[in-house]
Design a protein. Structure first.
Length: 237
């Protein structure tokens, strides 16, 4: 066969393969989307879909579940081609300002002066990699207009305030920065890497975040998920 044909067949094959891989990934995300929509419409019909705030989902998991509800979206989900989700989204199934958000792990809490819906907690030593500093980011704790649901203990400008695991941080909201386009009511939770100079890297890039699976003791990596509801097997649940 002509070499150019071989090359053309190879290129077409690679493009088709990559396309199919992206398609499969997005299919799984679409599957989770339909469950999120069903949950938001009628959470009371699916009490077994919910995890509980403060639960430890595996005996060796260092983090507590930071809020209650359906774990709707996972780390590395793709809402559109090329965009990768850097954390997990937990949907309370309630109205805004009702579902509590608690600290997954002790640390030093900062809320930048401009932050309406988010706090970040510094962990001087990663419980799964001693000596490495990491950060826990909690966001969407405000209504569409930016009215904050963060606890009054942590006003804008709070810096390095020590908190215990389980401390109430605030309540789930749907703030996105665009009042005309709020999100579903949820908490976005992510584990952010340190910049090596005592600050945190940009949370919006998945390469600056960690897969939360081993920290919460659940399968939270979209690429490894079987698409089933993610339940917490903590005692008493
Ligand atoms: Zn999210």
């Amino acid at each position: 066969m002509d070499k150019r044909w071989v090359l053309a067949v190879l290129v077409v094959g690679i493009v088709a393969g990559v396309g199919f891989y992206l398609y499969l990934g997005m299919q799984r995300t679409f599957g989770r989307s339909s469950r999120v929509v069903e949950w938001i419409r009628n959470s009371s019909a699916h009490p077994d879909w919910a995890v509980q705030a403060g639960a430890r989902c595996a005996p060796d998991a260092p983090f507590l579940m930071p809020t209650g509800g359906l774990i709707g979206y996972l780390w590395d989900d793709s809402f559109q081609a090329g965009k990768r989700h850097q954390g997990i989204d937990i949907f309370g199934g309630t109205d805004v300002g009702q579902t509590p958000v608690v600290a997954a792990y002790p640390g030093a809490l900062t809320r930048l002066p401009t932050w309406k819906s988010a706090v970040i907690v510094r962990l001087p030593s990663d419980p799964l990699q001693a000596g490495r500093q990491i950060w826990l980011y909690y966001t969407h704790m405000a209504d569409p207009n930016g009215n904050s649901f963060i606890s009054s203990e942590f006003p804008p400008g709070t810096s390095e305030k020590y908190i215990e695991a389980g401390t109430l941080l605030g309540y789930q909201g749907n703030y996105t920065g665009d009042a005309a386009n709020p999100s579903g009511i949820h908490l976005h939770f992510s584990i952010v890497l340190d910049d090596g100079q005592g600050g945190f890297l940009n949370e919006l890039d998945i390469n600056n975040t960690l897969d939360p699976s081993p920290y919460l003791g659940l399968s939270l990596n979209a690429k490894l998920s079987d698409g089933e509801v993610i339940g917490c097997q903590a005692p008493g649940q």
